[in-house]
Structure formats: structure tokens, C-alpha cells
Design a protein around this ligand. Sequence first.
Ligand code: GLV
Ligand code: MG
Length: 327
Amino acid sequence: MSDAPHSHTAPIEQPAERIAELRSRPRRTVLAVPGSSVKMIDKAKGLPVDEVFLDLEDAVAGPAKAEARENVVDALRSGGFVAQTVVVRVNAWDTEYTVADVSEVVGRAGNGIDALLLPKVRTAAEVVALDLVLTQVEKAAGLPAGHIGIEPQIEDALGLTNINEIATASPRVLTLVFGPADFMASIGMRTLTVGEQPEGYAPGDAYHHVLMSILVAARAHGLQAIDGPFLKVRDEEGFRRAAARTAALGFDGKWVLHPAQVDAGNEVFSPRQEEFDKAEGILEAYTHSTSVEGGARGAVMFGDEMLDEASRKMALVVSARGRAAGM
Ligand code: GLV
Ligand code: MG
């Protein structure tokens, strides 16, 4: 018998398993926090959101970028986030900041980062480039290879056109994230209120095409779909209305910008108790029918509804979301 070294008790997690685990985490609420504000970062640590992202991009002015990196490194090193998933939004590839963001923040505090949010992604090559830089920085910093995910943000017409290539550009991709403010600007939508319907279009949903395209691409490639911000932070009803639309489509979650949006977001993107109970009931009915039929699963009656295998899959989705939400 050899003396096994004590330090090798935990198996090294393979990147594929790590990425699958990151993809499966709840993201009902994704809190945006400006990296330039130590006060807001400290406050963010205590908020009960599923994911938090520390922003080095549009919430931070050019002259404040370097200081924001320092704040973000400090915050990641000291930890203490209630959020299960901690992300950093680096600057887009059309700036002079992206490589320095990755090497500073991942190089010095990579252990505290689950993923990088990459804004304004227009082509798959931008995701590939981030993957390559990340791989180098991970190696140089002695971090496990491939453990940091990428969350591409779709924010303009070209990005939407290339969405399937973007979704599959790297095994690190976890989610597809909608950036409505930049998207509206890029297509020339006639409104200045992000998240609200543009005047003159209603009734109808001016975002339906882009939201459904993001959702379908995400699901086609086993990713999560995340809706972007609702900027009127004091209008809780407006936030709920916007969140309920994307939750109804099947989105996994939405950005929140303010503590007032947090509880509403967690609630809207969790199944209601009666939905969860019904899903559990359907799964239970299926288990029962399977044992009676000796393994064959056909149509089963559930109350006055006739259900089949597709109904069981829908129930599995609701049940998994409910369990992730602690139901
Ligand atoms: C977020 O980045 C947005 O542009 O909406
Ligand atoms: Mg944006």
C-alpha cells in the first residue's frame, strides 16, 4: 500500500463537467453592478440574486476603467457574495480595454470568477478570441484550464444574424444575453425608454422577434437565455410586466439594476406554487402509469386533461426550475 498524498483527495474537475454545472445554475436575477462604485459593489454582495456581474463596460467611464479593475479585483478576492454565480463584464473588442481587462481581472482574481460577460458580440470570432486569451491568462495564472465560462451579449443586428455561430463558438459559452439598449440603438427603434414598448407599435411586442431568436438559439445549443435591463428602476409594475413577458416565453432570467427589482425578478422567474404543484402531480401520474403499463408511456389522464410525453417534458422543466428556486 502506498502512502497517498493527503493533498490529492479532491478529484480535479474536468472543464466539461464544470461548464455543464455552470450552465445549469439558476439565473432568475442577474444583478448589474458598476465596477467603479465600491459602495454599490459592497451592497451587491448582500443581495439575494442568482448571478451578479461586476461591470467594466458601459457603466464605467473611460478614465475610470483602470480604477474599476482594481475595485473588481479587490471585491473578487474578498468574496462574500450571496449570489451563487459571480461574473465580470469586460469591454467589447472594438475598444482598447478587452485584453487588459482579462489579464488584470482574471490574472489576479480568477479564482473568484465563474464567467466573463462579453458585450456587443457581433461574430463568432469575438468569442473565439476571448476563449484564446482566457486560456493563456488561466495558464499564466496557474488556474485550472477552461473553468471560466463566457456569456455573450447580443446587442445589434449583426450579432443577432450570427447568433447560432456565436452560441457554438466555444465550449465555454453558458448563456445568450439580450442587450436591449444597444440593440434598440443599433436598429433605430423609435424609443428612448429601454424595456418599454415603443410608442406607436402597441398592441404587439416590438421585441418578440429578437427575444424568440435568442431563446431558440440558446435552447438549440443547450444554453440559458437571459433578458436584459429595464431602466425605469422605480417602476416596479413596469419591471414586472416586462419580466413576465420573457418569463412566459421561457427565458431563464433577467437583469436587475436596483434592489427594488430583485424580489420581483426572483418571483417572476420562479414557477408559481400552483404551477410547481401541478408539474409534480403530472410527473407523479406518469410514474404511476409507467409502473402500471410495465414501462410503456402513452397518454394518461390528469384530472380532465389528456397528457402525453411532451406534457411530461414540460412538467420536468417547471419542476427543475421550482427546485432550483428552493421549492
Ligand atoms: C445592455 O448592455 C444593453 O445594452 O441593454
Ligand atoms: Mg449594452
